[in-house]
Design a protein around this ligand. Structure first.
Ligand code: KMH
Ligand code: ZN
Length: 273
């Protein structure tokens, strides 16, 4: 079995400091959190950024500042979001790809997202995939529901995605696929042979699905974007706490943790950071 890649999704776009005081929002807080997560065992930082008011933004310059600061102080793989926040335009969302990061996210379908709709039309998905291809950015395909896998396979047939594909199963968003072990098995069995995958369980599914992914040979995403609790009623004080727990579980189960350099090889990343 390959070593385990842990992704830390440290802030997301929806959560506020008022809801969770430990949320990193300023560039310095983001960098500190990225360093702590790397030390705890993460090799990828899934990145959203905020403006000076702490609101989610896809502004290229805000991403540039955060990415340069992270790169200067750690060797993690930086994976900007192209999902941004619900309601943003495709042009807004695509901005960080122009900075040519090693990876970026690509959601391959529209999905209900709590009380809102996370909109990704077929034309927009193709536009996103084509731009990532042009910029040499490896997509992490964000799968919120099972049909999104087939959409990705169709993009590969059109030459807009290059195998091996890498999937992130985001499970437990209200309105999308529930975060159950049975559903995870179905998703794993539905991706093309040779693909890699990680799982991002929302809320309490973060721990159970993460544990299952360690056993199944998949990879794990944790962090405040998906879950702010360490245990029922106990808020996590840092993203690194959540990363460290997955690293401990992996060690107990005999699965080694990948360094960023090892994660680059496993994911077939060719671009120099
Ligand atoms: N904030 C969500 C609407 C991604 O980063 O690519 C979308 C999201 C997915 O977070
Ligand atoms: Zn995200």
């Amino acid at each position: 079995m390959e070593k385990l890649i842990i992704t830390a999704a440290i802030s997301g776009a929806e959560l506020t400091k008022e809801q969770h005081p430990y949320l990193p929002v300023t560039p310095e807080e983001i960098v500190q959190e990225a360093i702590a997560c790397r030390e705890a065992g993460a090799s990828i930082i899934h990145l959203h950024v905020r403006d000076e008011q702490g609101m989610a933004t896809q502004d290229k310059e805000c991403f540039r500042v955060a990415m340069e600061a992270i790169k200067a102080r750690t060797d993690v793989i930086i994976q900007p979001s192209t999902g941004g926040a619900v309601g943003m335009t495709p042009e807004e969302r695509l901005q960080p790809v122009s900075l040519q990061p090693e990876m970026a996210t690509l959601t391959t379908g529209t999905v209900n997202f709590g009380s809102e709709v996370f909109y990704n039309s077929p034309k927009e998905i193709e536009q996103f995939a084509a731009y990532m291809l042009e910029m040499g950015v490896k997509p992490e395909i964000e799968v919120f529901d099972v049909g999104m896998i087939n959409n990705a396979v169709n993009l590969e047939k059109k030459g807009l995605l290059t195998p091996p594909l890498h999937f992130d199963f985001v499970m437990g968003v209200p309105g999308a696929i529930p975060g159950t072990p049975k559903n995870l098995m179905h998703l794993v069995e539905s991706i093309p042979p040779g693909s890699t995958w990680t799982v991002a369980g929302i809320g309490r599914a973060q721990l159970s699905l993460g544990a299952l992914a360690i056993l199944l040979g998949g990879n794990v995403r944790v962090g405040f974007e998906d879950n702010i609790y360490y245990a029922k009623g106990v808020p996590a004080k840092s993203n690194a706490e959540l990363v460290a727990r997955i690293a401990r579980l992996a060690a107990e189960l005999g699965r080694e943790i990948a360094t960023p350099q090892e994660a680059r090889r496993i994911l077939g990343l060719t671009k120099q950071p």
